[in-house]
Design a protein around this ligand. Structure first.
Ligand code: XIL
Length: 374
């Protein structure tokens, strides 16, 4: 059984370790009333303490989860699992542009404010997701058909207003999300790409607008399949190099890590090492491990499947732990519980990708993650 480092320190401050007798029995004296407590060999933990170490206690970096305000409010078990085990949160959708920017002259801060407050009340940090993503522009903006100047002036105003509002409270932002196409080159989307002759320079200025609004905020580029797709990774790295050469700020890179159990671990590892070679902060930003690879209606998440999934989580966390300490930003799972995962809608109703099962039991995947932490 293990007690966390934090709990050991807490215990040491409450209990004075006074003597070790000949048979190595450890005796604690409770600092408050002098009562002698002698733990038995089978129960070495003083009364009231639990032996289970949590992810947030063990990791020297942030362990995040994507969350929604509604689940925090309506599901007490969700709130408990989240606050006890994670040290950072990302809004699953409440901080996307179409949620906040309700019209050209109005913002809806209600849900974002609530999430930031919740994080502070529970000693968690907030990772902002995401300022500029082609897929979350509000309809009113898209319908305005702005020219490049009006488009950028509006985006500059949005970034400035959002980042300024949460200055010092939202510690990090995904400034840009999913800029590149699978295989490399710019993503062929109809919102940003057609407006700018040089869209990468536009994104560089977006990073600068965020930096100007909160110089202390840590700024990320985020995308999916980065470690698997060498073409996309090369495009991302060359953007980071260009930003460096041209003076645009960027602090870190995120790979979403929506991977399958069967995804090649060798490929993940070598791709990740290539990301790490940039020297930037690393964020495994939307981790979930799909098990029902064939999208089969008869799939069963057996104990053997749970064991395989745990090994994959452990592998990913160990891989992250192996990089230089000063490049470790966070690992964020895209959700808390299999009860609510975007994959049951988007992938298959029988999907079990996260660390807690639908009844809020810690899965083997949780233990795998925990074991992977140094
Ligand atoms: C997804 C959320 O999980 C869904 O709830 C929402 O309806 C759509 O967006 N890449 C991203 C995330 O960067 O923002 C996406 O989140 C998942 C894929």
């Amino acid at each position: 059984m293990m007690i966390s480092k934090i709990k050991i320190l807490a215990l040491l401050s409450v209990f004075a370790l006074t003597s070790c007798s000949n048979n190595d029995e450890v005796v604690f004296i409770d600092g408050d009333d002098g009562e002698v407590i002698t733990p038995t060999p089978t129960d070495p933990v003083p009364p009231g303490e639990t032996t289970a170490e949590t992810l947030r206690e063990k990791a020297a970096w942030k362990v995040g989860a994507a969350v929604t305000v509604g689940h925090i409010r309506d599901d007490a078990q969700y709130d408990k699992a989240l606050s006890e085990n994670f040290s950072q949160l990302t809004a699953e959708y409440e901080m996307k542009m179409n949620r906040i920017w309700t019209s050209s002259s109005t913002y809806n801060w209600t849900e974002t404010d609530a999430l930031v407050q919740y994080a502070e009340d529970n000693d968690m940090e907030v990772h902002g997701h995401t300022l500029v993503w082609y897929n979350s522009f509000p309809d009113w903006f898209k319908n305005a058909n702005y020219d490049s100047t009006a488009f950028e002036n509006n985006i500059k105003r949005y970034i400035t207003d959002v980042v300024t509002r949460y200055k010092g409270r939202i510690k990090s932002w995904d400034v840009a999300n999913e800029v590149f196409a699978d295989g490399g080159g710019n993503r062929q989307e109809g919102t940003i790409l057609p407006v700018f002759n040089d869209p990468i320079a536009f994104y560089g200025r977006c990073f600068q607008y965020a930096r100007d609004a909160d110089p202390d905020a840590i700024l990320f580029y985020n995308d999916y399949s980065v470690v698997l797709d060498s073409g996309k990774r090369a495009a991302m790295k060359s953007m980071a190099t260009r930003f460096k050469n041209e003076g645009y700020p960027i602090d870190g890179l995120g790979d979403q890590f929506h991977y399958r159990e069967a995804t090649s671990k060798e490929t993940i590892k070598s791709g990740f090492e290539d990301m790490v070679s940039t020297g930037l902060l690393m964020h495994i930003s939307e981790l979930d491990i799909r098990m029902n690879t064939n999208q089969s209606d008869s799939y069963t998440f057996t104990d053997a499947e749970a064991t395989k999934q745990a090994a994959t989580y452990k592998f990913i966390v160990e891989m992250f732990e192996a990089i230089p300490d000063n490049q470790k930003f966070a690992i964020t799972t895209w959700g808390v519980t299999d009860k609510y995962t975007w994959l049951t809608g988007w992938w298959h109703p029988k999907e079990y990708p996260l660390l807690f099962d639908a009844e809020y039991n810690k899965k083997k995947a949780y233990e795998g993650f925990l074991d992977g932490i140094k």
